[in-house]
Design a protein around this ligand. Sequence first.
Ligand SMILES: NC(=O)c1ccc[n+]([C@@H]2O[C@H](COP(=O)([O-])OP(=O)(O)OC[C@H]3O[C@@H](n4cnc5c(N)ncnc54)[C@H](O)[C@@H]3O)[C@@H](O)[C@H]2O)c1
Length: 338
Amino acid sequence: MPLRVGVIGAGMIGQEHTRRLTTVVIGAEVVAVTDLAADRAGLLAAEAGARPHASGAEVVARPDVDAVLVTSWGPTHAEYVLAAVAAGKPVFCEKPLATDAADCLRILQAETAHGRRLVQVGFMRRYDDAYRRLKRLVDAGDIGAPLIVHCAHRNPTVPVSYTSEMAMLDTAIHEVDVLRWLLDEEIVSAQVLTPRPTRRRFDHLQDPQLMLFETSGGVRVDVEVFVNCQYGYDIRCEVVGETGVARLPDPARPAVRQDGREGVAVVTDWRERFGDAFDAEIQAWVDAASAGTATGPSAWDGYAATAVGDATVEALKTGETVPVDMEPRPSFYSGAQQ
Ligand SMILES: NC(=O)c1ccc[n+]([C@@H]2O[C@H](COP(=O)([O-])OP(=O)(O)OC[C@H]3O[C@@H](n4cnc5c(N)ncnc54)[C@H](O)[C@@H]3O)[C@@H](O)[C@H]2O)c1
């Protein structure tokens, strides 16, 4: 029998994941949808052949909902994840796990008390083929021990509602997770340098930003976040090791020679860059949830990303190097990273 999924949040990514669940991945169906905007929930439910509901609590409580997908606004995630864990149901939560570290800790406690993993957090880069190859190479020791990592996260542009803090909380949060996974080390401090801002920005926005992280093993990381770069969606990661350097390949695109020039189109949209990774991520979730558990980025990873995010936002405000305030990792969350 397919996994019967209840979707909480019928906005942009809720619609994308519902389409994935109904038309791409194997072994799932969407049976329930809710959103604060009832009309949005109604439309998505009709498309998916599901029933619309008035609240997330109703969705979680429905006996024929086997697993829950949380794609509502960030500040609402903790409430729904906690409800799913209390009901013993596997839950996929889009990033962030929670906007507050204390809420993340509540989720860790609830899941630990349940005794089996139920929570997967939506850090889809771990399912990207290029990142997976890079990790295999680093893990195999092909470039020796990593010493430095250079990253860039560039978007063509962002809406006026985007704030300077979102450069960390919405954007670099993906680098934070993938760096922890790639290096298998925690990030222990954050600093933010603020270059001359682009004139193609809003007055309220510091863009670009240069984030500097240090890991528990002493690896130094720089992450350029530039969300009005104009030219494309460009994700870069280069690991400098003791005996070599490894970097993410550019997405494969045909090179066109014309009018005396050669050119390769640059990806402009994050959905295009990470579409396959999202598909693999949701398939992995469905497979694990069908067995009553969870895989991939855990609630611990969600907590760590939120803790690093808090330190980085503080570093942006103060200009200081800010230590990351994190609880020790419970043994429940030890073991191989996926
Ligand atoms: N992994 C990724 O790369 C990625 C990409 C996009 C979005 N996201 C994350 O997904 C989440 C949703 O983002 P989005 O772009 O779809 O936003 P969105 O604004 O398009 O959709 C969010 C939806 O949640 C609904 N909602 C808000 N509060 C609710 C509540 N209490 N109960 C039920 N529904 C509620 C809103 O009405 C809205 O329809 C965010 O946390 C975002 O960070 C992750």
